[in-house]
Design a protein around this ligand. Structure first.
Ligand SMILES: Cc1ncc(COP(=O)(O)O)c(C=O)c1O
Length: 384
């Protein structure tokens, strides 16, 4: 078994990393959702092997990868799908946008639950859809769904619900009971479910991921599930994801919309996905332990040194959702931390209703980087 050393600080400047090169060299970037850790050895080995072949012509998704996904679903979720239910995608933002383009028209409603990953709230509006956006409700240190509000927000023009589970940025993993209520409402009101489950492998102990499509065949029939190995194994730059669409009619509409517009996944994306799903578990187990330790460290640090910043309870992901409204910062807290602490965080207001006064902090980095960023934030607040 390989022992991975996630404490190791690896220089990412000079590698065209979006995370590390958007801001100046003096800024610690804890924003966009990728990890400052190397990917699993089996992925790196498989990529080397493929590159050494030296021919990079047009490629197609391998049957081996479809079977690896099938087996994974059976093992993890007792979910039986067929090879043809899998439609590959170069990314899940593409998948989200494709979903509402395929299943709604300009002027139709797209249902979302803010605060939520900014593409959910911005992209449909850019493309002429109307946002139906019942916010999640903050209760204590976590967030809940107000089901009455959720249902009331569905109008005659609402066509599709873009659901995020696990939820970026509030860190929720929805329970079976919550999923059943959501599904029941969507089916009764004839709203298609598009469930983005990209963070499904990054769960903390005690929580279990349930793909909403596994609830029952009726739900499966009305759902597009989006998944990818990219958050799981830190391979976002390789652009490989997929949709599971068990309903043939929906899949045909999807494929018609994609035709000629959505490129196939590149060779290296397929290679990495297969290696990760087959042989990446050892790495994933270890990275989850490291992330959990970072989460607990962050929570403790905030309690002791930044008590006016409150962190939402994290059931999944490495993206902490921090409420800075009582920290005494005038104006936007992400601007404040960027200018005064040289730490780049995501601006909460980008995540729609309920995000103002919050920041999102990505702690998938060596502890040393996290400590340095937090110390800078403490110092900046002292100088207020
Ligand atoms: C919920 C969610 N969906 C999609 C993405 C991005 O997916 P991709 O890189 O495959 O486009 C992210 C990235 O942070 C995310 O959090």
């Amino acid at each position: 078994m390989t022992r991975y050393d996630f404490d190791q600080v690896i220089e990412r400047r000079g590698t065209d990393s979006n995370k590390w090169q958007r801001y100046g060299d003096d800024v610690i970037p804890l924003w966009v959702a990728d990890m400052d850790f190397i990917s699993p050895d089996p992925i790196i080995r498989a990529l080397h092997q493929r590159i050494d072949h030296g021919i990079f012509g047009y490629t197609r998704p391998t049957q081996e990868l479809r079977i690896a996904i099938l087996e994974r679903f059976k093992r993890l979720y007792h979910w039986e799908i067929r090879e043809e239910d899998i439609v590959f995608l170069p990314g899940l933002v593409t998948g989200l946008n494709l979903a509402y383009h395929a299943f709604s028209h300009p002027g139709d409603g797209v249902l979302v639950q803010p605060p939520v990953y900014f593409h959910f709230v911005h992209d449909p509006v850019m493309h002429g859809r109307v946002l139906d956006d019942p916010p999640l409700v903050q209760t204590g240190d976590t967030y809940e769904i107000d089901f009455d509000d959720f249902e009331k927000s569905i109008t005659h023009r609402t066509r599709i619900f873009l659901f995020c589970n696990p939820h970026n940025p509030v860190g929720r993993v929805y329970s079976r009971g919550e999923l059943e209520k959501i599904a029941e409402i969507c089916i009764r009101r004839n709203v298609i479910l598009c469930s983005d489950e990209i963070h499904c492998d990054l769960l903390f102990p005690k929580y279990q991921h349930i793909p909403i499509a596994t609830l029952n065949p009726e739900v499966a029939n009305q759902t597009v599930t989006l998944m990818a190995p990219s958050k799981t194994f830190n391979t976002a730059g390789l652009h490989c994801g997929f949709a599971i669409i068990q309903n043939l009619r929906l899949r045909k509409i999807w494929e018609t919309f994609s035709h000629g517009l959505i490129p196939s996944v590149n060779i290296l994306g397929h290679v990495a996905a297969l290696a990760g799903y087959r042989d990446g578990k050892d790495w994933l187990d270890q990275v989850l332990l490291y992330l959990r330790a970072n989460r607990d460290f962050l929570a403790q640090f905030l309690r002791e040194k930044l008590p006016h910043i409150r962190m939402a309870r994290m059931e999944a992901t490495y993206l902490a959702w921090l409420d800075c409204r009582d920290a005494g910062i005038l104006g936007n807290p992400s601007d404040f931390f960027l200018r005064r602490a040289k730490v780049a965080l995501n601006d909460g207001s980008e995540f729609g209703k309920g995000g103002e006064g919050f920041v999102r902090l990505n702690f998938a980095c060596p502890r040393k980087t996290l400590v340095e960023a937090l110390d800078r934030m403490v110092e900046a607040l002292k100088r207020l």
